[in-house]
Design a protein. Sequence first.
Length: 306
Amino acid sequence: MIRKLLPIVLLITANQCFAQTPLNKTSQRTVTQISPYYFGPNAFAVPEMLDGRVQPALRAEVATDYFKGFRGDRTIDASFKLNIPLWTDRVNLSVWMPVMEWYRNTDESLAACRVQPENIEGARNGHLAGDVYVSTDMQVLRESGLLPDVVLRAALKTASGFESFNARYYDSPGYFFDLTVGKSAAIGESPKWAHRLRLALSTGFLCWQTDLGRQNDATQWGALLKWENTFFSLSGSIAGYGGWEHNNDGGELAHDQPAVVRTDLIAHFGRLDVVAAYQYGLRDYPYHLIRAGVAYKFDILSLTKQ
């Protein structure tokens, strides 16, 4: 039990080390623009929903993401995600990041992101590495009879991304905790395909540090519907989070209420997965996303038991 809880304790301890600069009355009244609307697509995107289950095997995924901004800007990145089971198939450690992004802005996007005049030329195009995310995903309950699957996730966003002056990354830490409940129902009678329909609902708390020595606290939410069988899965989800600055004391909108709809397709070929996704920003996240990638799974738990 101690080994299972240790990663969660470490994450919580690390979170308490960040975003602890003092507040003052002026900063509490002033709305910041440290929010998804004013930054690049990888700054603090809406976290991808879990479906109520943790990844029971070691899984490494590499993908290419293409973002087309509503303001004419373009971003292409190479992303990476790794799921590592921690001594049991009920807990895994997940690490993901945009390893490198290449971006090109337009006059409209630079104006909307409020890039300062002295930085405009340097912000038109470039490339840089992104933030690293680390999470512990714990299977609290497993589906059985009327009981659903329940997963608790605790995640930390590092401040490894930079160029906040070019409106790419916040250059500040953040974290989130969410709880996801999922339940499956069998459809059809084909034993070969084993079709299942799955519904998952999620809620949580997400937080990031702004530039005025305070945190923007947000309520996280999401809903997912998935059709899956032995050979592939197809899911659709709607998710988002809402910060408290959005209409602070009658001030200017902070645009910290991002919401997205997303479709994911995963085809299974033994240990190899081929993944594809499309995401559309409904609010405060002005981007289309198209993703294509591959993932490989390896059952390391069976090796440790030998």
